[in-house]
Write a protein that binds this ligand. Structure first.
Ligand code: PLP
Length: 407
C-alpha cells in the first residue's frame, strides 16, 4: 500500500490487447487484467448487452422463487457446457465467493448425509483460492494465509502440490474426516505450474476411493485459457463441483459461481419438500446485468472460436516463453495454454529480492503491463485475441525489462 502511494497507474481506456492510461500512454496488457480479459478490452457488444439489460431491469434478487431472464439463460448455458453431466449452477459475485460457496456446500453435503465429522478441506501448496475466509485458509501461498492470529478456518490440510503419495497417506489416515479436495487444474497465482502427467487421474482415483468430493477451482482456467473450455477437460478431471469467475464475463462485470454435479445436487436440488437446505446466497447472486454481460461475452467466445484460437496459439506462445528461459537472469519460464510465468533466477533474487517488482516497473517503460507472481515471476496471461507478433512483443519487452534491472 505504501509502495503505490505516489505511483498509481490510472487507466482510462482499453482496446483489444492494449490499455491506455490517463497520460495517454498505451501498453500491451500482458496479464489480461487479472487473468480475466479473454475477449479483449473495449468490446462494445458486451457494453450494449449490459446497458440494454440495465434499462429493462438491472438486477433483482435470486432468492426464493425470484430470477431474471438473463440469469436463467446463463444458468442453462453454463449447465450445457459444464464439464460434468446434468450440472446445476449457483451464482456468486466473484471467485472468492465461489470458493466459499463450494467449500460450505461440500461440508453441508456431508452434514446433510449424517456425516458431520467430514469437515476437512484438502488444498495444495502454491494454491490460490481467493481472499475470503475460506480462500485465505485454503491458501497454499503462506504469505496469503499467515498474519491473522492462526488459522481462520481450522479444518484445512495443505498437501504438497503434485504429490499424490502425500494425498494418499492423508486420506488413508484421515479420509473419514475429509469433505473435499480442492485444486486448480494448473496452479495460477502460485506461479503457473501445470500438473505432472497422470496427476489428476490419480487424484480422482484417490478421492473416489475415499468418497471425498473433488472441487476443481477453474476461476482462471475456465472458459478457454488452457485451450479447452475447462481445465477439467484438458486433464480428464471429473469434478463434483467447479468454481468459476473471471472469464465468464471477461471482467466486463463482476460475476462468479459454482457448477454442481449430480451427486451433490441430488441432496439439495432433487430432494423432497422438507429435505435438507443449503441456506446460502449473495445479494448479487445471478445479477441480471452481469449475466447479460456474460451471455454477450460467451457469444463472442463462440462466434470467434477463441478457445480454438488459444489451442492454435499455444505452441508459439510456449516456444516464445521458453526462449526467455535462456537468459541468464531467468530461472524458469513455465507456459501452458495462454498462461505463463517468467521467473527470475534464485541467484538474481538472492542479491536483489525486489528485482521482480522492479522488472514490472521497467516493463511499463517498454510499453508492457504485467505484474509479479509472488515477487519472483512475471505473469503473462493475455487476451485470446492476441496475435503471434504481439506474443513476440510481450516476451521481447519482458527480456528488455529483466535486462534493465539485472544489468
Ligand atoms: C484459482 C482462483 N480462485 C479464486 C480466485 C478468487 O477470485 P476473485 O478475485 O474473483 O474473488 C482467484 C483469483 O485470482 C483464482 O485465481
Amino acid at each position: 500500500m505504501h509502495a503505490v502511494a505516489e505511483a498509481e497507474i490510472i487507466l482510462r481506456s482499453g482496446d483489444g490487447v492494449h490499455v491506455t492510461d490517463v497520460q495517454g500512454r498505451r501498453y500491451l496488457d500482458a496479464s489480461g487484467g487479472l487473468w480475466y480479459c479473454s475477449v479483449g478490452h473495449g468490446r462494445t457488444e458486451i457494453a450494449d448487452a449490459t446497458r440494454e439489460q440495465m434499462t429493462r431491469i438491472a438486477a433483482y434478487s435470486a432468492f426464493g422463487p425470484y430470477a431474471t431472464e438473463p440469469t436463467i439463460q446463463l444458468a442453462e448455458r453454463l449447465a450445457r457446457i459444464a464439464p460434468m453431466d446434468d450440472a446445476v449452477v449457483f451464482f456468486t459475485s466473484g471467485g472468492s465467493d465461489a470458493v466459499d460457496t463450494a467449500a460450505k456446500l461440500a461440508r453441508r453435503y456431508w452434514d446433510a448425509q449424517g456425516r458431520p465429522e467430514r469437515r476437512v478441506l484438502v488444498a495444495r501448496t502454491g494454491g490460490y483460492h481467493g481472499m475470503n475466509a475460506y480462500g485465505t485458509s485454503l491458501a497454499g501461498i503462506p504469505a496469503n494465509r499467515d498474519g491473522y492470529g492462526g488459522a481462520i478456518i481450522d479444518e484445512v490440510v495443505v498437501v504438497p502440490r503434485d504429490d499424490t503419495e502425500a494425498l494418499a497417506a492423508l486420506l488413508s489416515a484421515r479420509g473419514e474426516e475429509v469433505a473435499a479436495f480442492i485444486g486448480e487444474p494448473v496452479v495460477g497465482a502460485g506461479g503457473v505450474y501445470a500438473p505432472d502427467a497422470g496427476y489428476w487421474q490419480e487424484v480422482g482415483r484417490l478421492c473416489a476411493d475415499a468418497d471425498v468430493l473433488l472441487i476443481a477451482d477453474e476461476v482462471i482456467s475456465g472458459f478457454g485459457r488452457l485451450g479447452t473450455m475447462w481445465g477439467s477437460e484438458r486433464f480428464g478431471i471429473r469434478p463434483d463441483i467447479v468454481t468459476f469467475a473471471k472469464g465468464v464475463t471477461s471482467g466486463y462485470q463482476p460475476l462468479g459461481g459454482i457448477l454442481v454435479g449430480r451427486k451433490v445436487q441430488e441432496v439439495f436440488w432433487g430432494g423432497a419438500p422438507g429435505g435438507p437446505l443449503f441456506r446460502h446466497g449473495y445479494t448479487y447472486s445471478g445479477h441480471a446485468a452481469a449475466c447479460a454481460a456474460a451471455m454477450a461475452n460467451l457469444d463472442i467466445l463462440e462466434r470467434e472460436s477463441l478457445v480454438d484460437r488459444v489451442r492454435e496459439l499455444e505452441p508459439a506462445f510456449v516456444a516464445r516463453a521458453s526462449m526467455v528461459a535462456r537468459l541468464g537472469a531467468v530461472g524458469a519460464a513455465r507456459a501452458i495454454g495462454l498462461m505463463a510465468a517468467v521467473e527470475l533466477s534464485p541467484e538474481v533474487l538472492a542479491v536483489a529480492p525486489d528485482a521482480g517488482e522492479r522488472a514490472v516497473v521497467a516493463a511499463r517503460e517498454h510499453g508492457l503491463m504485467t505484474r509479479t507472481l509472488g515477487g519472483r515471476a512475471l505473469q503473462v496471461s493475455p487476451a485470446f485475441v492476441i496475435t503471434e507478433s504481439q506474443i513476440d512483443a510481450v516476451f521481447e519487452a519482458i527480456e528488455a525489462a529483466i535486462g534493465d534491472v539485472t544489468g
